[in-house]
Design a protein around this ligand. Structure first.
Ligand code: KE4
Length: 420
């Protein structure tokens, strides 16, 4: 493949955009080479500015469950454009999206729309602190909840990818309000609560981790977490920005039968446009301004175009539950046909090929991966027209648009690249 145009654009981009990208994980820093600039997407495929075509397993990092340029979503956006782009005033569409979310996720009795997953998690932990009157938050090493100051502690995703242990710019006082524990260890959680329980406002967790690569909860882990938080009067926040409407229509909480106190959402609920949300128990959410004393706001929250796209996505998924059957089937084929010598973790349509003997159950085991070998694998797949997340510590995503031909081509490329 040639990448002449991408290389030229990247030379320009680094002049006035940090690292040439608007989000670090796009930078290919950990896999070698330079990012390819995309020109357009169609269904399960991406086309870069040099005309190269790729089977897309990033899907905009999760939102594009139905693939690029899905007709129903484009039509909804076009319809919204007929009335305007933004009003800064309530619109009926926001109520419809709120209803769709509350209908799909029973633990969400009341919901506030925001513009990103980061805004959702930042707001959820503020509400948890305001509701409980406590300051400490428990998170897990390798989990990523957006670039919220106090949650950028031992975080996954781009920080793990770039080896940024704890980012500069976060005052120690903020970081000290966060307790970072190993994922999938109930003894570690029990011990933290035994020492700090009376001061812990909430536990925030990716119920299925995507940000150290895909790491499912061990049997009983989420149940134990729920019991411990109830016992100590702390709230349980499920960060379902990635898993919401992906691992099941009702998210991981439906798949594992856990009722959290608060849930954060993003990605899929925007249908490819910027939407985040946080919600949960009405007694908690009723404390959010202007109903209550906990402030949170946003100029473009509930934006009509984004809401229209998100609503079209959720309505389609509700009307077509067979999508999840297909995602399960295709995910299982990509798991079964994985390259030799990798450890595969998968939940539904999110999966990771870990280049380590495994098993991979937490950050300690995930970081044993041979990231140089993953880099060679990634570049080999890219040159064969398969676009994976450019990091060992990210999940890959299958969408409803991926065809049987896509899967066969991907598995064939994987067999060629697994040993690079
Ligand atoms: P955003 O602020 O990027 O919309 O959402 C933050 C976030 C919160 N919670 C979870 C579980 C997430 O996965 C994310 C964002 N995920 C990353 C990919 N691992 C987004 C990609 C990026 O940072 O560019």
């Amino acid at each position: 493949m040639i990448h002449t145009q991408s290389e030229a654009l990247f030379r320009r981009a680094v002049q006035n955009i940090p690292g040439g990208v608007n989000s670090p994980v796009r930078a290919f820093r950990s896999v070698g080479g330079q990012p390819v600039f995309m020109a357009r997407g169609e269904g399960s495929h991406l086309f870069d500015v040099d005309g190269n075509e790729y089977i897309d397993y990033v899907g905009s990092w999760g939102p594009l469950l139905l693939g690029h340029r899905r007709a129903e979503i484009l039509e909804a956006i076009a319809g919204a454009l007929e009335i305007g782009t933004s009003f800064g005033a309530p619109t009926a569409g926001e109520l419809d999206l709120a209803d769709a979310i509350c209908d799909a996720v029973p633990s969400i009795e009341m919901v506030r729309l925001v513009n990103s997953g980061t805004e959702a998690t930042m707001s959820a932990i503020r509400v948890a602190r305001g509701f409980t009157g406590r300051d400490l938050i428990v998170k897990f090493e390798g989990c990523y909840h957006g670039h919220v100051d106090s949650l950028l502690v031992k975080a996954g995703s781009g920080l793990a990818t770039l080896g940024i242990a704890d980012t500069q710019g976060v005052p120690k006082a903020f970081a000290d309000t966060t307790i970072a524990l190993p994922y999938n260890s109930l003894p570690a959680l029990e011990e933290a609560f035994a020492v700090h329980g009376a001061r812990i406002a909430a536990v925030i967790v990716e119920p299925v981790v995507g940000n150290m690569g895909c790491v499912p909860p061990l049997p009983g882990y989420l149940e134990g977490m729920r019991e411990i938080t109830v016992r100590y009067g702390a709230l349980l926040i499920f960060d379902e920005v990635m898993t919401g409407f992906r691992v099941a229509f009702g998210g991981a909480q439906q798949r594992y039968g856990i009722r959290p106190d608060l849930t954060t959402l993003g990605k899929v609920i925007g249908g490819g446009l910027p939407v985040g949300a946080y919600g949960g128990r009405k007694d908690i959410m009723s404390m959010v301004a202007p109903a209550g004393p906990i402030y949170q706001a946003g100029t473009l929250s509930g934006n009509p175009l984004a809401v229209a796209a998100g609503l079209a996505m959720l309505r389609y998924l509700k009307q077509h539950p067979e999508v999840y059957t297909r995602l399960e089937e295709v995910g299982a084929r990509l798991e079964a046909g994985a390259p030799e010598g990798v450890t595969v973790n998968r939940v539904g349509s999110m999966f990771t090929y870990f280049f380590t003997p495994g098993p991979v159950t937490d950050w300690e085991s995930a970081k044993q991966c041979d990231t140089a070998r993953f880099g060679r694998f990634f570049r080999g797949m890219l040159e064969r027209g398969v676009y994976l997340a450019p990091s060992q510590f990210e999940a890959a995503f299958v969408g409803a648009a991926h065809s049987d031909e896509d899967i066969e081509k991907t598995l064939a490329a994987g067999r060629e690249c697994g040993g690079l």
